[in-house]
Design a protein around this ligand. Structure first.
Ligand SMILES: *Cc1c(COP(=O)(O)O)cnc(C)c1O
Length: 394
């Protein structure tokens, strides 16, 4: 039902969730669902994890907000922890993914301006998703998202994803490129996993060209890929990496981390945010990182992801409508040969929440806290749904 008081940008929503605990959520009629989407890769520790709840309660009794006019101990602690775990040098805190990417884009622009370039260019990918602000929707490789919002900022060059040669070709044509911005696994674009050495080759290319390698890990970080950051699978370091979704387990927070020369580009007054890095959000971030470690959830994401991929591949082996089953840790996509948005509703009738992205890709982003049984249940239900759905004529 449309609510006139809300702008209609989200279309019609047909489910009202009122409570969550662990890997389950309940609707307003008391029905329970196993959550295989986690608020779009946000609630990686499951809903209302006690460690996060306790930290928030404690901070709510102490101090919610002071602004960045003052030192914020929780912000400093979270920065130190993130920098240590990522091998990056420093961090800027925002409130969302798009804002973290805006900071990254501004770092690249700043470098270009220092180099005297009139229009510094950032290489971005087809199928990418970087957010909905003007700069990030321009970086996003989806015309539908851009349509109707002209004029868009300039300074982006687009190439196919997972195609290093295409970027090398651009390097020969343009002398004003300053950075490459890429998701290690494309999320909204359909859980597209590139060749295992893609990031390594991009790292080499960026080193040779003196460009910044900027990774958008807003969806893939915080343990979901089976490493804290997905680039840690490749043994490389980016110059800039952004994250957000899973960092606060539901409390809005984003982070833009930088290393080397990129870490020195912002100076006093270059950038800022009223809410960014406030005590409440940073306590949530600290509780999340602490819990990922204490409960071995990153290792767990790697193992569950492998099990789920294998189960889906076995159970759907004979399903001709399945084009590809792919994933990294608990970022899993099943691409069908036809649009399949109806599967979201059909899964609900089996007490399961899933998502469909890019029109024809079933996307699974369950909490990292799933039990083996719950993981198998997701695999079995999704396989059955896809088999039944694709048995009908295309
Ligand atoms: C969700 C997402 C964003 C945007 O984050 P918001 O918090 O919605 O602004 C950017 N990049 C990637 C890869 C994402 O998955």
């Amino acid at each position: 039902m449309a609510i006139p008081a809300l702008m209609q940008n989200y279309g019609t929503r047909t489910l009202t969730l009122v409570r969550g605990e662990g890997n389950y959520v309940w609707d307003d009629a008391g029905r329970r669902y196993l959550d295989a989407i986690s608020g779009i890769a946000v609630c990686g520790l499951g809903h209302c994890h006690p460690a996060v709840t306790e930290a928030l309660q404690d901070q709510a009794h102490t101090l919610l907000h002071v602004s960045n006019l003052y030192n914020i101990p929780a912000q400093e602690q979270l920065a130190e922890k993130l920098v240590t775990l990522s091998d990056m040098d420093n961090v800027f805190f925002s409130n969302s993914g798009a804002e973290a990417n805006e900071a990254a884009i501004k770092l690249a622009r700043r470098l270009g301006n220092e180099r005297g370039l009139a229009v510094p260019r950032i290489v971005v990918m087809e199928g990418a998703f970087h957010g909905r602000t003007l700069a990030t929707l321009t970086a996003t490789g989806n015309e539908k998202i851009q349509q109707g919002f002209a004029p868009l900022p300039e300074g982006f060059l687009r190439v196919p994803f997972d195609d290093v040669a295409a970027i090398e070709k651009l390097a020969a044509q343009h002398n004003d490129i300053v950075a490459v911005l890429v998701e290690p696994v494309q999320g909204e674009g359909g859980i597209r996993v590139p060749a295992p050495d893609y990031l390594n080759k991009l790292r080499d290319l960026c080193d040779r060209q003196d460009w910044l390698l900027m990774l958008d890990e807003i969806q893939s970080a915080n343990g979901r890929s089976g490493k804290l950051f997905a680039y840690q699978h490749n043994g490389i370091l980016p110059d800039v990496v952004t994250t957000a979704k899973g960092l606060g387990n539901g409390v809005p927070i984003g982070a833009c981390l930088a290393r080397g020369k990129a870490a020195q580009l912002f100076t006093a007054g270059s950038h800022g945010s009223t809410f960014g890095g406030n005590p409440l959000a940073c306590r949530a971030g600290l509780a999340v990182l602490d819990t990922l470690e204490k409960e071995w959830l990153i290792e767990r994401a790697a193992k569950l992801g492998e099990q789920l991929l294998q189960q889906l591949r076995e159970q759907l082996a004979d399903c001709a409508a399945v084009r590809e089953i792919r994933g990294l840790g608990l970022l899993i996509g099943i691409e069908l040969d036809r649009p399949c948005a109806e599967l979201v509703e059909q899964a609900r009738t089996r007490d399961l929440l899933i998502n469909v992205t890019a029109g024809n890709v079933v996307r699974l982003l369950p909490p990292l806290t799933l039990s083996d049984d719950e993981c198998r249940q997701i695999g079995a239900t999704v396989s059955t749904l896809i088999e039944n759905f694709t048995r009908q004529a295309a």
